[in-house]
Structures are given as C-alpha cells and as structure tokens.
Write a protein that binds this ligand. Sequence first.
Ligand code: NAD
Ligand code: DAO
Ligand code: ZN
Ligand code: ZN
Length: 370
Amino acid sequence: MRTKAAVAIEAGKPLEVMEVNLEGPKEGEVLVEIKATGICHTDEFTLSGADPEGLFPAILGHEGAGVVVEVGPGVKSLKPGDHVIPLYTAECRECEYCLNPKTNLCQKVRATQGQGLMPDGTSRFSMLDGTPILHYMGCSTFSNYTVLPEISLAKVREDAPFDKICYIGCGVTTGIGAVLYTAKAEIGCRAIVFGLGGIGLNVIQGLRLAGADQIVGVDLNPAKVEMATRFGMTDFVNPKEVEGDLVPYLVNLTKGGADYTFDATGNVQVMRTALEACHKGWGESIIIGVAPAGAEISTRPFQLVTGRSWRGTAFGGARGRTDVPKIVDWYMDGKIEIDPMITHVLPLEDINKGFDLMHAGESIRAVVQY
Ligand code: NAD
Ligand code: DAO
Ligand code: ZN
Ligand code: ZN
C-alpha cells in the first residue's frame, strides 16, 4: 500500500512529507493506522545528528496512538479494530530481561530495532523509486500507517482520545514511570526535578501522585514556572539567579539534600549537580535525559561512598504492554493530566513547525493529527 509520511532524508535537514510504499505485516507483525503522534525531544535529537545510533533515510516518531488494521501470521493478542499505543521498548514477556523484575529493557527485537529494521532484518517502508527507508525505534509514527512487531504494541481502551494518549507512548510514561517504577518514591519525600519540559513536567506530576512533600523544579527558562506549578511544583529555582554554587543552595532548600533528584535536561553538568544535590546517606539521582554522543558524566567518587546513588531509566522503567494501558486508565479516571501539556496540534504537512516550536522552547508537546 501507499501511505503519507514525514521522512528524515539526512541529519540536519527538515523532514520531507511524501507518499511512501508500505509492505503489509509479516509473521508476528501488525499494520496500524496512526491517528496522532507527539513530537518528542528525542526525534529532534536524532534528526539533528547528535544521536550516535541515528540512521537515514528513516521515518522518525515514537510517540503515537492508533488502530490495528491488519495482523500478520501468528499474531494472537491483537485484532483489527483494537486501539493501540506503539512501544519503543517492547515487552515480549519471555526473554531473559522480561523475566527479570529488575528491568523493563526487553531484548527480543532490540538488535534489529537498533538497525531500523523489523525482526526479520528487512524494512517495510520504501520510497516510490524503491529505495528502502528505515524504521525508527521500532515505531515510525510519523507515517499515517506503520508496521510494528506485535510485542511493540500496548492494547488500550477504545474511549481514550488518540490526540492525548499518544503522549503516553513516551513523555508521560517516561516522567511518571521514573518516579513510580524507577525511583519508587515514597509519600513525604523531597525531590528536585532538573528541566521542566515535556518529560520533567511528567516527573513533577508523578511526584505529586506519589505524595511528595517538596517538589523543587530547576530550569533556565522562567516561562516554565506556570505549567510546572499547575502540575505540583512547590519551589522554583532558576540557576541564573543563584549566586555561587547551585549545589549548596539546593541542599539547603531541601533541608540536607533531596531524597530523589531527576535529570530531564540531557546536560552532563546538570547531571552532576543533580547527583550532588542528593541527601547524604540515601539520596538517589535518576538520569532521564539523553546526552549528546560522546558526552561523559563525572563526580567525586566520595559522593557515592557517602551514600548517594546514580541511576538511569528508559521509558520510566515501564513494561509497555502491562503498564501503558494502566496509565491510560489513570488519565481517563482523572488521576493524571495530559491536556494542558498538548500545547500545539498540527497537520502532518506542518510537522517541521512542531520541531521549530520545540527549538524555541515554545511548546511542551506538539501533536500531529492525521
Ligand atoms: P525539553 O526540551 O522539552 O525540556 C528540557 C528542559 O530543560 C527545558 O525546559 C530547558 O529550558 C531545560 N534546561 C535546559 N538546560 C538546562 C540547564 N542547564 N539547567 C536547567 N534546565 C535546563 O525536553 P524533554 O522532552 O523534556 O526531554 C528531556 C530529556 O529527556 C531529553 O534529553 C530527552 O532526549 C530525554 N528523554 C529520555 C527518555 C528516556 O526514556 N530516558 C525518554 C524521552 C526523552
Ligand atoms: O539497549 O535495550 C536497550 C534499550 C535502548 C533504548 C532505550 C531508550 C533510551 C531512551 C531514549 C529516549 C526515548 C525516547
Ligand atoms: Zn520520546
Ligand atoms: Zn522480552
């Protein structure tokens, strides 16, 4: 079949909206009509060329929601008409990783996914002249129709709006999951969130859900204060307005250091500050941000000797097929909010405007509706 897609031809160039060929689903695969897709910072990161695993030409996009159109041979858990959210972290429920409760990093399709291919080692997308186009993070939601492995789809309730729950495919789950699944933050904790963008705001609402007593937000952009306060931030710190070292300032503000800190900037200097602003003896710092290729983190080892822990999380530690439907329920039950964070809705033809809005720091989440 043919489908309309925004294709990343090469790093640093705008996406090109065009008709492409899409082959039907093979063994264990599913054809999905994407109804809405969010533009995440990570798509921009890949398009800019900073992602060491970035491949081209490719159809980017990993945050979406849609409807199953056709299932390939052997698919048992899904049928045409089911509503689904694509998962860039699959959940096969049988690999060594899925069977270990300590991780959500299913490896079943990891190798081929990282090469921009389906599990059989080929791509379903091609240009009209036959040139292959690669998949991206196993999802390629910047295409109106896409093919994914069955294990890379979470089945969700049918009354949930696509243009909101698409955000659960990355930003919402990553932020809330970092608090609930990775940090396992306790009622009454004190926390600091660095970066109040599409991820950090969801960390903040995750902390509110967990019952944190103090939620400090740190951002260079004061325009983020209003939204962050709405989601539960209790204190705001703009590093540009702090005289001297930020670490003692934050340690003092949190009465000895935070129980949990979260980096949602991808900046390695911020990651160090986040670690050192943790409470001596027990504070845990969770890295969410993805740093540029080649970047390294550093601190004095004594920071760890004295009881601080440095950790990281992908997709908020969530097991997609199990946890994503629950997060959709939380949204539908009013336990979490998504709507205010969807600041812009665009047609696919304007997808590059969505990237521009993100660069300018004007959007939290721009969503493309097909
Ligand atoms: P964003 O651009 O929307 O937000 C980043 C925020 O950080 C902005 O508000 C910006 O003003 C602020 N910021 C930048 N430099 C800062 C500094 N030095 N000090 C304080 N604040 C600073 O990005 P996002 O969508 O929220 O994504 C955040 C990070 O999370 C990115 O690196 C992204 O790639 C990563 N990410 C990780 C995962 C994961 O699973 N680990 C998933 C999605 C995104
Ligand atoms: O190696 O098993 C693995 C997982 C690698 C991918 C994990 C994703 C990390 C977060 C990237 C940003 C998400 C949009
Ligand atoms: Zn993302
Ligand atoms: Zn698995």
